[in-house]
Design a protein around this ligand. Sequence first.
Ligand code: CTP
Ligand code: MG
Length: 390
Amino acid sequence: MSTSLVLVAAGSGTRLGAGVRKGFVDVGGMTVIERAVRAFSGVAAIVERVLVVHPDDVAAVTDSELGARLRALGVDSVVAGGATRTASALAGVEATASTSVDVLVHDAARPFVSADRVRALIDALGTCEAALLAVPSTSTVKRADDAGRVAETLDRRRIHLATTPQGARRALLLRVLRDAVAAGRDGTDEASLLEAAGIAPVLVEDASTNLKITHPQDLLLASALLPREPDRVGFGWDIHRLVPGRPLVLCGVTVPSELGLLGHSDADVALHAICDALLGAAGLPDIGEHFPDTDPRWRGADSADLLRRVVDELRVRGLKPAQVDVSILAERPKLLPFKDAMRGRLRELLDLPADRVAVKARTGEGLDAVGRGEAIACRVVVTVTRSGTL
Ligand code: CTP
Ligand code: MG
């Protein structure tokens, strides 16, 4: 069984009023058209994809980076739509391979359709000639009279809100669409045209997340439906030599000690490891490249300032720290009395709740440079998440 997909994206997008046609609006870093095409990529039964765009957009969509991305996503052809949705659907169905058995028509303005529901629709078409996705109404539906009063309350159990895709045997769909266009009729969906031709399409339950981007507020709903990017993980490590005559600063807290850490800045080994972990999680160059020790600007620098700069760098990329786990390796002094202050300082610098900041301290068991009391080292793991607010 071969199924073709027609994506209609030739409308003017007047109600959205985005200044560009709806399909070219960016939703979460991707155009609506691309997102809609991608929604079908896990549906193996679909063997052909035809995209219908406004006649003025055909060249722009074909000969562009967007066109290349769409081809990579499996779009086989881009054709010009018509003045009505029905005319656009017809142009798309006519462009499908004559060997295809079923054709699905989908609003490109519905980029969140679930592949599972599409599979259910295709399954249904195995036993009927026409079917559509529809969401059972959760609201009670009133039919109004001309005066704006309730004429009737409909039986909610029988109310389904039609979505897309909607599909039928190719020959049937082609005939019904041609007849409608020839008669100058426009249907807001394919099912209504099939119904007018005496066919009763089967309703296949859809999810209410199959939003049609229509009005500006739908873009707000769309952002809530975007798949969440997995959190990022970063690892940081640093070591500094212990010398007399220097302060010992760890996690931004000055710890009384005869020896302090040697370095260009205040040598806060923990904050340096945290900076590196955050930069790593964001895919950015390490702390040495950001704050080179050859640059006099960072001589004696407060590492808290360096960390603030790193957090700012993440923020402009829409990222923020989500959790930090710090392990300090020091033979002496005993850090237990300072751990709470360190956690407090990190919470403040990273803007994190208490259960997302851990500071652990351990000795080097008399082994290696840390164990011999010559150095303090620090290991850090962080997670970084999308901030959502740029
Ligand atoms: N559509 C189309 N050709 C048309 C009209 C509509 O291909 N002549 C497509 C739209 O691009 C959209 C789908 O049909 O993917 C549903 O239509 P709608 O939500 O009404 O989109 P627009 O017509 O673009 O928006 P508006 O009515 O606000 O102008
Ligand atoms: Mg419209």
